[in-house]
Write a protein that binds this ligand. Structure first.
Ligand code: SF4
Length: 429
């Protein structure tokens, strides 16, 4: 019979470990980044950033190296006259949207994405979205959310986008499972296939590839998150009556098994069925992780807060790869979401929420971890000081969920350590 992964014996897990909270200067990307992966998932959507040339450059440079498709995003540039309040930015926005929708009849969902400049001048994008929805309904639905870097970290862009869709989802009384989070298609197909093989269904996914799918929500909807950064979406779904299935996140063999087990229990899947569906991919994942984790055993890791994946990844690295976590920093710690991952971790690491980057850098330098997981802005200086680093943003752009990617996930962490060891050898010769 398949058991839930064992919990740490006497140590009792980390859910009640005191959390170090600091507020100071932060080093994070803004939420516009999410457009890069969201526009690929939603094939009839367009993301119109209402921002500055800086926002346009950020998107172009991020997208330029990561996508090769016709863009389904753009920037309505706020000029100096808008920023100085000399022009009516709402009128200009309407004209921009009119031009866009006349040219691109394939667009069925239009997201007006707020930025730092639009928030600074208090441009009311909600009002704009309502006005434009009236004008273009029913063929185009216009929604708005903020991708600004003023208060956010980069994964909050996806959360804000998905949360903006929840209030306009149709209502349903059907008992359905909703998977929530934008995953690469191949990974999403693997997850849905495992669930369907267990007899679980219908399985819906938010975000859906197109607006006109059967995605709906109601009191009989149960939902499982595939990403730990979806706090606002979680709250929005609960407001629509849906119920969350708490579970560790599907990273690594254990995390994937525990995530599937929680859903299987909700749907009354017999143990024998669960076992027969998961046995082979579990064994493959275990073998792949064991191989990739050789370079990680006994090594220490330090997380700066960035992607909000930090706690589930620390659980994976400590339990399945034999690493020691020194500090696990996360921008936000939502125990209703990451509590099951905290339960599975042995006590020892410091958990920190928010950031005062200078103080945190002092702690990191004092600890000299074997691997530091951090944002792009910190990685190069730390590498120059001889620390091996992993860019947190890569973990969001790379397929890392579920059984078939478990070995690749461990490999993402072992590569920088192997590279640093090779450089040291070269230097010693
Ligand atoms: S939203 Fe803010 S942080 Fe992001 S690119 Fe625009 S100005 Fe920069």
């Amino acid at each position: 019979m398949t058991q839930l992964p064992r919990l740490p014996g006497d140590s009792g897990g980390c859910r009640d470990t005191p959390i170090l909270k600091q507020r100071g200067q932060r080093e994070v990307f803004c939420g516009l980044t999410g457009i890069i992966w969201l526009h690929r998932k939603m094939q009839d959507a367009f993301f119109l950033v209402v921002g500055s040339r800086t926002c346009a450059h950020l998107l172009q440079s991020a997208a330029g190296v990561m996508i090769f498709a016709e863009p389904r995003f753009g920037t309505a540039i706020l000029e100096e006259t808008d920023l100085a309040g000399l022009a009516d930015a709402q009128d200009e926005l309407d004209r921009e949207v009119d031009r866009l929708l006349a040219r691109r009849t394939d667009i069925k969902q239009l997201f007006l994405v707020g930025s730092c400049p639009s928030e600074v001048i208090k441009l009311d994008l909600q009002r704009a979205a309502e006005r434009l929805t009236e004008r273009y309904a029913p063929s185009v639905r216009v929604l708005n959310y903020s991708g600004s870097g003023i208060e956010t970290t980069f994964t909050q862009g996806e959360d804000a986008c998905l949360a903006s869709m929840v209030p306009v989802l149709p209502a349903t009384e059907a008992r359905e499972l909703m998977l929530v989070g934008a995953l690469p298609d191949v990974v999403e197909e693997q997850a849905v296939s495992l669930l369907v093989q267990m007899g679980i269904g219908p399985v819906r996914v938010l975000p859906a590839p197109r607006r006109d799918t059967e995605l709906a929500v109601g009191q009989n909807t149960v939902f499982a998150l595939t990403q730990p950064f979806l706090g606002d979406t979680h709250a929005a779904l609960e407001r629509r009556g849906a119920r969350h299935i708490p579970a560790p996140f599907p990273f690594g063999e254990e995390g994937t098994t525990a995530w599937l087990r929680a859903i299987a229990d909700e749907f009354g899947v017999p143990d024998a069925v669960f076992e027969s569906v998961t046995a082979a991919p579990r064994a493959r994942a275990r073998r792949a992780v064991a191989q990739a984790a050789e370079a990680l055993r006994g090594k220490s890791v330090f997380f700066f807060p960035d992607s909000q994946l930090e706690i589930p990844l620390a659980r994976f690295l400590t339990r399945e790869c034999g690493m020691d976590a020194i500090e696990v920093g996360a921008p936000f710690i939502h125990k209703g979401i990451v509590g099951p991952d905290l339960d599975m971790m042995s006590r020892g690491p410091v958990f920190s929420e928010g950031q005062d980057v200078d103080l945190q850098l002092d702690r990191c330098r004092a600890a000299r971890p074997d691997l530091t997981v951090c944002g792009l802005g910190l990685a190069n200086p730390l590498e120059a000081e001889g620390l091996a680093t992993k860019w947190a943003i890569e973990l969001v752009f790379t397929p890392v969920h579920f059984y078939e990617q478990a070995g690749d996930l461990a490999g993402l962490f072992s590569r920088p350590i192997r590279r640093r060891d090779a450089l040291r050898l070269e230097a010693a010769e």
